[in-house]
Design a protein around this ligand. Sequence first.
Ligand SMILES: C[S@@+](CC[C@H](N)C(=O)[O-])C[C@H]1O[C@@H](n2cnc3c(N)ncnc32)[C@H](O)[C@@H]1O
Length: 366
Amino acid sequence: MMDTLLGATIEGGDDLIKKSVEQYYGETLTTSADLKTSACCTPGGLPTYLKKCLRLVPDEIKAKYYGCGSPTPQGIEGLRVLDLGSGSGRDCYVAASLVGEKGFVTGVDMTDNQLDVARKYVDEYCKQTLGYKENNMKFVKGEIENVKQAGVENGTIDLAISNCVVNLSPDKKAVLQGVYDALADGGEFYFSDVYCDRRLDQELRKDPVLLGECLGGAMYVEDFKRLCVSVGFTDPRVLEGHVIEVKDEKLQELLGEATFYSITYRLFKLPAGRLETLCEDYGQYAVYKGTIEGNPNAYSLDDHHRLETGKPMLVCGNTGSMLGETWLGKHFDVVGDRSKHYGLFDCGPSPVAASSGGAPAGGACC
Ligand SMILES: C[S@@+](CC[C@H](N)C(=O)[O-])C[C@H]1O[C@@H](n2cnc3c(N)ncnc32)[C@H](O)[C@@H]1O
C-alpha cells in the first residue's frame, strides 16, 4: 500500500507492464525518429567530451538511442560501471572509453532486439576503435529490478548509470534497492530519468503509449525523493533538469495539467549513518584540485555546488562526505572532520538552483 502511495509501482501486473515495454522498444520503435514525444530525447548542447566520445560510437547504436539525459560523467577512469536498461548501448560505449582499459562496463537490458544491436560492435569497438587488448564492456540480459540475478554481485559497482529507464519499471523500489546493494561504499547512482509534478492516475500509468514514451510511469518527484531515502540514498542531489514538451495533442489532452521533467540525479552510497537527513555544520570546507579531465577550472557536484579549482568552499557534513569519501575523493581535499558540531548548516538560496531550466531544483540537503 505504501509503495502504491509513493507511485513506486504501476498496477496491472509486473509481467504485463514489462511485456508492453519490451514490445515498444523491441518492435514498435525502430529508431529514435519513431518517438511521439520528446521525453526519450536528449536536448542539444552536449558537452564537448561527450561529442568527442560519440564520434567513435557506431551509427546503428546511436540511431537506436532513446535516452533523456547524459549520465556519463568524466573522471571515471578505472571504475566498474553498471548501466540499467542499456538499450542499444550508447552510454555503455561512451563509458567504455571513459573508464579506460582498467575499468569495466556492464549493460543490463531485458529486450533481445536491443541487446543484439548493443552486442554487435563490442569486439570491434573495444579492440580496434579504442585499441584495448581485452573487451572492457559486456551486455547481459536481465531485469533492472533484480540485477543480482543478472550476475551483478553486491558491492561490486562503483558507478551505476541509467538513461530514461527507471520510469518504465513497475517496481521502482526494487530497482533502487538493487542498485544500492550493488554499489560499493563510496559508489554512486548517477542517472537521468523522467519525473512528474504530481501523482498520475493509475489508468494513465499503464497506458502502453504513455508508458513506452516514458511519461506514464514517471514518478511524482517528491515521492521519488522519499523512495530514495527509504532505501538508504538519504540525500538525493539534482545535477540538471529541463521541462519535457508533449507536442502530441491527444497525449496533451490525456495528461491535462501534469508537467514532466527530465532530471539527472546523483545518489551517493556511503557507510550507514554518514549521510544525514539535514545539512549539518561541522565547520568543514572542500577544495577542488582541478584534476577531473575536461574540468580544469571548476567542477559541479550538483546544481548548487560549483567548486572553483583551489578555492575553499564551506560545506555541510553530507557534501563533505560526497566529495571526500566517494569515488570523487581523489579530486578533492576536504578539511575538518565531524568531531565538533556547529548546528544546522546555513544553506541560503542558490541562484544556480533557481535557474535549472524549470525543473525542481536542489537536493534534500544543500
Ligand atoms: C527508453 S529506452 C532507453 C535505452 C538506453 N538507456 C538509451 O539511452 O538509449 C528503455 C530501455 O530500458 C529497457 N527496460 C525497460 N524496463 C526494463 C526492465 N524492467 N528491466 C530491464 N530492462 C528494461 C528497455 O528494454 C529499453 O531498452
